[in-house]
Design a binder for this molecule. Structure first.
Ligand code: NAD
Ligand code: ZN
Length: 377
C-alpha cells in the first residue's frame, strides 16, 4: 500500500469546542503504532452519544475531539505486532475494547474490558491520539473517531467482519443496533411469552424492540413522546404504542393498568433519569426487570427502595452486553442471513460535509439513523 507507514492527510469533522458546529478540516492521521490498525472509514452514523458529548456533557477537557463511534471501514495498514488484521480486511471499530486476556474479558458475565484504552470523558488520553490538525493534537472520542476518512484504533477494539458485508449498512452494528438488541436479549434476558416496554424509539430503542420480539415477547409497548416514531416501532415488532403526553396519569400507571400490574421487562433508551425511574416503576413487582440503556453521567437518579425490595431488578447495559470481537461479526452474519434488520433503521444518507445537518436532524427527532458515506467501498 502506497500510504502504509506514512502520515495520511485527509478530511475529518473536528469538534473544537462544546456546543458548536463541527468543522470539516484537513487532519493528519499518523501511521499505526504497535498493536494498532489504521482504517479507511467507508460509512459512519451519528448516535445520540456523540450528541451527548458535544451538546450535553459540555466538558471542556473533552475537546478538541473527533467524534463518531458507529462505523465500518477497510483496514489500510497495520502496526507492528498485529497478526489478526491485514490491509483490505473489512472491519468495525469497537468503542468497548476486548483484549480477551483480562479478568473481565475472561468472564462470561460482562463485556467490560480492564484494558479499555479510553480514559475519562470518554476520550483517549492525548499521547495515544493519532490525529493532528493545525499543529494541535485532537482527542479521539471513545478511542474510535470515525467522523474522519481515516482513523487509528487499537487492535483490541476492532472486529473483523464478513467481506460480503455492505459497509454502508453494517456500520450501524458498531453501536446502536447491537446496544438495543443486546440489552433485550443479553441483559434483560427477555423471555418467550413475556410483556415488555421500551422507552425511547431512536435506533437504540427500536433495536431493543427488535430484540424483545426475537426473544419471543408476546406484547411489546413502544413508548415515545414523538409519535412519528411509532410506525418504525411497528415494523420492528411493537404491538402497542404509548405517548406519555396523551395521558394525564404517569405512563407507569397506564402500563400497569394495561398489563395487570406492570410489564415483565422494561428498557430505558432515552438517557433521562426521570424516564429511568418511570421504566422501573412500569415493571411488575416480584420479578420485573428494568434495564438502563440511555446514556447520561450528568445527573443522579432516584427511586423508592420499596420498588426493589418488592422484587424488581434494576440493571444497566453497555453495548448490549456484547463482547464486540465475537458478537459484531456474528451480528453482521445474522444481518446477511436476514435474521436481524438493519436497513429499516437508515432514514437518510449524507456526506461528511453534511455532518452538521445530520446532527441537527437527530436533535430535532427527524431521523432514526443518518448514514454518512465517507469514502467509496
Ligand atoms: P435518539 O435521540 O435517536 O432517540 C431517543 C428517543 O427518545 C427519541 O425518539 C425521543 O423522542 C425519545 N424520548 C425523549 N424523551 C422521552 C421521554 N421523556 N419519554 C419517552 N421517549 C423520549 O437516540 P439513540 O441514538 O437511539 O440513543 C438513545 C440513548 O441511548 C442515548 O441516551 C444514547 O446516548 C444511549 N446509548 C447508550 C449506549 C450504551 O451502550 N448504553 C450506546 C449507544 C447509545
Ligand atoms: Zn453510540
Amino acid at each position: 500500500m502506497a500510504t502504509a507507514g506514512k502520515v495520511i492527510k485527509c478530511k475529518a469533522a473536528v469538534a473544537w469546542e462544546p456546543n458548536k458546529p463541527l468543522v470539516i478540516e484537513e487532519v493528519e492521521v499518523a501511521p499505526p503504532q504497535a498493536n494498532e490498525v489504521r482504517i479507511k472509514i467507508v460509512a459512519t452514523a451519528v448516535c445520540h452519544t456523540d450528541l451527548h458529548h458535544l451538546l450535553e456533557s459540555m466538558e471542556k477537557e473533552g475537546f478538541p475531539v473527533v467524534l463518531g463511534h458507529e462505523a465500518a471501514g477497510i483496514v489500510e495498514s497495520v502496526g507492528p505486532g498485529v497478526t489478526e488484521f491485514q490491509p483490505g480486511d473489512k472491519a468495525i471499530p469497537l468503542f468497548i475494547s476486548q483484549c480477551t486476556e483480562c479478568r473481565f474479558c475472561k468472564s462470561p458475565k460482562t463485556n467490560q474490558c480492564e484494558k479499555a484504552w479510553v480514559g475519562s470523558h470518554n476520550v483517549l488520553p492525548l499521547p495515544k491520539s493519532r490525529f493532528t490538525c493545525k499543529g494541535k493534537k485532537l482527542l479521539q472520542f471513545t478511542g474510535t473517531s470515525t467522523f474522519s476518512e481515516y482513523t487509528v484504533v487499537n487492535q483490541m477494539a476492532v472486529a473483523k467482519i464478513d467481506p460480503a458485508a455492505p459497509l454502508d449498512k453494517v456500520c450501524l452494528l458498531g453501536c446502536g443496533i447491537c446496544t438495543g438488541y443486546g440489552a433485550a436479549v443479553n441483559t434483560a434476558k427477555v423471555e418467550p411469552g413475556s410483556t415488555c416496554a421500551v422507552f425511547g424509539l431512536g435506533a437504540v430503542g427500536l433495536a431493543a424492540v427488535m430484540g424483545c420480539k426475537a426473544a419471543g415477547a408476546k406484547r411489546i409497548f413502544a413508548v415515545d413522546i414523538n409519535p412519528d416514531k411509532f410506525e418504525k416501532a411497528k415494523v420492528l415488532g411493537a404491538t402497542d404504542f404509548l405517548n406519555p403526553k396523551d395521558h394525564s396519569k404517569p405512563v407507569s400507571q397506564v402500563l400497569s393498568e394495561m398489563t395487570n400490574g406492570g410489564v415483565d421487562f422494561s428498557l430505558e433508551c432515552v438517557g433521562n433519569v426521570a424516564v429511568m425511574r418511570s421504566a422501573l416503576e412500569s415493571c411488575v413487582q416480584g420479578w420485573g426487570v428494568s434495564v438502563i440503556v440511555g446514556w447520561t453521567d450528568m445527573e443522579d437518579f432516584s427511586a423508592r427502595p420499596v420498588q426493589l425490595i418488592g422484587g424488581r431488578t434494576w440493571k444497566g447495559s453497555v453495548f448490549g452486553g456484547f463482547k464486540g470481537k465475537y458478537a459484531v461479526p456474528q451480528m453482521v452474519k445474522n444481518y446477511l442471513d436476514k435474521k436481524v434488520k438493519v436497513d429499516e433503521f437508515i432514514t437518510h444518507n449524507m456526506t461528511l460535509d453534511q455532518i452538521n445537518d445530520a446532527i441537527e436532524l437527530m436533535k430535532q427527532g427527524k431521523c432514526i439513523r443518518v448514514v454518512i458515506n465517507v469514502s467509496s467501498q
